[in-house]
Design a binder for this molecule. Sequence first.
Ligand SMILES: C[S@@+](CC[C@H](N)C(=O)[O-])C[C@H]1O[C@@H](n2cnc3c(N)ncnc32)[C@H](O)[C@@H]1O
Length: 181
Amino acid sequence: MDVGAALAPLYDPLMRIVGWTRTQRGVLTGADGSILDVGCGPARLANGSHEHYVGVDRRMAMLSQGPGGTTLVCADAAALPFGDGTFDTVVSTALLGLCLPAERRPILREMARVCRGTLRILEPIAPLDPVRRAVALSRQPVRLEELRTAGWHVTCVGQDNFAGVYTLVCATPTVRPASNP
Ligand SMILES: C[S@@+](CC[C@H](N)C(=O)[O-])C[C@H]1O[C@@H](n2cnc3c(N)ncnc32)[C@H](O)[C@@H]1O
């Protein structure tokens, strides 16, 4: 049984109660152009945000909680069904920190491939003390070095959010997609 799928209807109400939904929106501050939200869950970043928003999640049960009229795609983040450099901005919140480094590597590479602009992630970043790691349910918080080896140039590391557990990190792909003729 997929526990994540079974709990999907509870996810959004719970995240609103604990204040995550408000914190999460901070990832969009300064984002522009077309946006891909990887591991979007119920796609709350789509609400009233940008015109060209696409959410991807591997759980249909999560996507079915999302707002109508939004482009939501059921796919694995390690094999994104989009061409190189499709999106101006790629965002991701509370996805990478839940994965182990071996799972994150192909996801980060795929994000770099489809991004022609900026990556903005809100994730638990190492080093993180055991209490904060437990709050984030993160066995291994993301190391900035992982972004670099996956093809990202880290451009900013923001202030800690959500009781110091999540940090906004921005990055640009080190290899730019060839521009269309
Ligand atoms: C903790 S939720 C975060 C949802 C949303 N981003 C937020 O901040 O509320 C993690 C989401 O990532 C999705 N997910 C986990 N691994 C994934 C993968 N490899 N590809 C696509 N989605 C994935 C899960 O289905 C879940 O909806």
